[in-house]
Design a protein around this ligand. Structure first.
Ligand code: AMP
Length: 406
């Protein structure tokens, strides 16, 4: 990326960064998002979230600080549950970082404090799942203090949890100086900086299940984009609102008027608005169900759209050809089922092949580009699902707001 890259970042640039602190010999509490997917044998199936946090961790070690890492994993609901232990994450971290990582069985308490007090510069500790304590998600004051007691500085690098007001993202910041880590900064740079000052043409591709989940993203982006492409389940509320028969496709009835208003509003600003022109339909979303290809205007009753068709792929891909910035959030169909994944994967390839800065919002779209085998060709894939969406909606994230002002 060139050095003139402008990052007009709302909020976080006024906050301390780990780089602003003299961390040599200091204890750093680094909140990361190691909420990685596990299979039934508790093996990590994707360690990208761990790898994404390494730059801050390596920097802290190189600067000679004592590194205390904390994360949540899954939803253990305040109870110790070995299925959600970070033990396997600790082993993977150790392998990736090529340094010894000491895993502590609890994130607070006298034994944890004792282990921390014995740390030498450059040592790394990973604490057990923060959510084994119910107080974490309640943003409990005493629990926040117990976490803060472990360290001299708090570094937030957990973008995926930055939209949550929890003890380890917000509560702790009331007690110790708090700064952003490199991953957090990078997420803001792309999801806010690039999007607020895109190189044009800027094309947004939105998909996923529901219009209601993306309405605020469209509203926030409509001042910035040149083209909006809508696919996935949400497209059928727009098509229905235009008077087409969408059969049993996903439609949010209470969003019909709003969908029309949004589409007309976007187009009145001279922004091109694309909807599917053909789609794969099925009577059920079970694998193996019979499918047909029809135009998007005539989906028979009893059938629902489960993917975009080849004409839509062509239309959308052509719309991407001239783009210099592309943002993609939400799959084009029920891509979890192989038979309904072709449209999403085809768009993943078009995005990956584009001569453009490409940004993929996290969650399902991250999974989709991974399955399409094109992750390496995307400029930036967010590590946050909900947090990325809130940022794209133009909202302030509590985890960022709470950091210490510069
Ligand atoms: P979201 O979390 O809103 O991005 O939605 C992602 C989900 O949307 C995925 O699980 C997809 O299976 C689902 N989805 C995409 N297209 C459709 C569709 N045509 N009908 C129903 N669900 C869909």
């Amino acid at each position: 990326m060139n050095d003139n890259f402008a990052l007009p970042i709302k909020g976080v640039l006024n906050k301390l960064s780990v780089k602003d602190l003299n961390i040599k010999g200091k204890r750093l509490f680094i909140r990361v998002d190691f909420n990685v997917p596990l299979d039934e044998n508790l093996n990590i199936t994707d360690d990208r979230r761990i790898r994404s946090a390494l730059s801050t961790i390596n920097y802290a070690i190189d600067e000679g600080s004592k590194v205390i890492i904390a994360s949540h994993l899954g939803r253990p609901k305040g109870k110790v549950d070995k299925r959600y232990s970070l033990a396997s994450v600790s082993r993977r971290l150790q392998r990736l970082i090529k340094k010894e990582v000491t895993f502590l069985p609890d994130c607070i308490g006298p034994k944890t404090e004792e282990a921390v007090s014995k740390m030498s510069d450059g040592d790394i500790i990973l604490l057990e799942n923060l959510r084994f304590h119910i107080e974490e998600e309640k943003n409990d004051e005493e629990f926040s203090k117990s976490l803060a007691k472990l360290a001299d500085y708090f570094i937030n690098d957990a973008f995926g949890a930055a939209h949550r007001s929890h003890a380890s993202t917000v509560g702790i910041t009331k007690h110790i100086t708090s700064a952003s880590g490199f991953l957090l900064q990078k997420e803001i740079d792309y999801l806010q900086g690039v999007i607020n000052q895109p190189v044009r043409p800027f094309v947004a591709i939105l998909g996923g299940a529901k219009v209601s989940g993306k309405i605020d993203v469209i509203r926030n982006l409509e001042e910035k984009v040149d083209k909006v492409i809508v696919g996935g389940g949400m497209a059928y509320t727009f098509l229905k609102a235009m008077g087409f028969n969408v059969g049993d496709s996903l439609v949010e009835k209470d969003m019909l008027d709003l969908a029309n208003d949004i589409r007309k509003g976007v187009m009145s600003k001279g922004i091109k608005f694309y909807l599917p022109v053909d789609c794969v339909i099925s009577q059920s979303i079970e694998p193996g169900a019979e499918t047909k290809l029809v135009t998007a205007q005539e989906i028979p009753n009893g059938w629902k759209a489960v993917d975009i068709g080849p004409a839509s792929v062509k239309l959308f891909s052509e719309a991407l050809e001239s783009a210099k910035t592309i943002l993609w959030n939400g799959p084009m169909g029920v891509f979890e089922v192989d038979a309904f994944s072709r449209g999403t994967f085809a768009i993943a390839h078009s995005v990956a092949d584009a001569y453009a800065l490409t940004i993929v919002g996290g969650g399902d779209t991250d999974l989709a580009v991974g399955r399409a085998g094109v992750s390496e060709s995307i400029s930036f894939i967010s590590t946050g699902g909900g947090a990325a969406l809130e940022l794209l909606e133009g909202k302030d994230l509590p985890g960022l707001v709470a950091l210490t002002e510069k």
